[in-house]
Design a protein around this ligand. Structure first.
Ligand code: SF4
Ligand code: SF4
Length: 371
């Protein structure tokens, strides 16, 4: 009989003792030999927001994990390749998220030693991955439970997109131009180095307009597993979704990277769904949604629109648009060209002012898209 993948759901709060207890319980369940090992701890730092905004993995959880690893004799590195890129941005994002301050000299800038890495992907045959990801003896993944405009849900597997350095993420988006193709590339990147252990911050989750500008939801949980795909399946079930409706989880399961059917997952407790958890506006629920999201997503999408009363004309959305669909004329506001936009929503994710909304589900086949 094949052993089921194990996922733990633990009660926790942003409190030193509570997180210490949760982390101890996780390592009892999933023991790792850490003595003398180099361990990369990979939180979600995204755009670098203070912990109160619920965008990034909470620094108290990161610190609790780092303390445990150090006590076990590991040499610890903590880092991420946040969505924002450019000189000094990575350090600044980690500082604002109060993660570099929490872990002191364990913080590393992951963007400094990229290694060209082949992927088994038609769209994205290679990608620049941080050397630390490839050389660490152990990788510990610390995602945050959030929604996402493009992938609907972002958790353990999606957090490994941060293996890719800086602007190379834009290239991935520009080569894998539909949700399905991006999900395939995402799984290929994940499979370069599946984490040895994932501990998800679901103490405060983000619903609705995630991963940057959604609403916060008190969940009070830590999820943990040595299989990131199965952990995501449990988290998606908790937020009221079907793991098969999340394309990258479905693809990962098909590739044998982890079980997503609950009867193949062993749990320490039952899953208690979070009532009325809000998915992003891009997500179409139900059976119809499974079909539309999976097979017609390249034809049916929302478009980013600028709210001029909020926009500070900083230009970040223009800089982070992988297809140059977003442009901004002098002394004007940015505008997305619907014929060039690939609906990746990086612009919305990166906007520091929450000035971009996704509106008007658009039928791309009417506008003649050839994607
Ligand atoms: S990132 Fe946001 S604030 Fe900056 S120009 Fe774009 S819409 Fe305006
Ligand atoms: S305009 Fe926004 S959603 Fe469209 S391709 Fe550019 S970054 Fe992606």
């Amino acid at each position: 009989m094949i052993a089921k993948n194990r996922v733990m759901i633990l009660d926790a709060a942003y409190d030193e003792e509570s997180l210490k207890d949760a982390v101890e319980a996780v390592f009892r369940e999933f023991p790792l030999d850490m003595e003398g090992k180099t361990v990369l701890v990979k939180p979600n730092i995204l755009a670098g927001e203070p912990p109160e905004k619920g965008v990034t993995t909470h620094p108290m959880l990161v610190k609790a994990v780092v303390d445990k690893l150090k006590a076990q004799g590991a040499k610890v590195m903590v880092g991420d390749n946040p969505g924002v890129f450019g000189y000094g941005r990575s350090e600044k994002a980690a500082e604002t998220a109060r993660i570099s301050g929490a872990v002191g000299d364990a913080f590393v800038h992951l963007g400094q030693s990229p290694v060209k890495t082949s992927l088994p992907s038609q769209d994205v045959p290679c990608v620049m991955i941080s050397n630390e990801v490839l050389t660490a003896d152990l990788v510990i993944n610390l995602p945050k439970l959030k929604t996402h405009g493009l992938t609907f849900y972002t958790g353990a597997v999606k957090n490994t997109f941060g293996y890719v350095v800086g602007g190379d993420k834009m290239r991935v988006h520009s080569q894998a131009v539909t949700p399905k193709r991006f999900s395939q590339a995402l799984v290929d990147i994940f499979s370069v180095r599946p984490p040895d252990l994932t501990i998800m911050d679901a103490v405060v989750a983000m619903e609705g307009n995630g991963p940057h500008h959604g609403s916060l939801r008190n969940v009070g949980k830590i999820l943990a597993s040595n299989n990131a795909v199965s952990l995501d399946a449990v988290a998606v079930t908790m937020i009221g979704g079907n793991p098969r409706s999340i394309l990258h989880l479905d693809i990962a399961a098909e590739k044998g990277l982890g079980a997503i059917d609950l009867d193949q997952i062993s749990l320490n407790t039952e899953i208690v769904p979070i009532p009325d958890f809000k998915m992003p506006v891009t997500f179409i629920p139900g059976v119809m949604g499974m079909i539309l999201n999976r097979f017609l997503s390249k034809w049916i999408n929302c478009l980013p629109q600028i709210q001029e009363d909020k926009c500070k004309q900083c230009g970040l959305c223009v800089k982070h648009c992988p297809t140059k669909a977003m442009t901004m004329a002098k002394k004007s506001y940015p505008k997305a060209d619907k014929n060039v936009c690939i609906n990746c929503y990086c612009c919305q994710e990166m906007c520091p002012e929450d000035a971009i909304v996704l509106k008007g589900r658009t039928l791309n086949f009417i506008r003649g898209s050839s994607r």
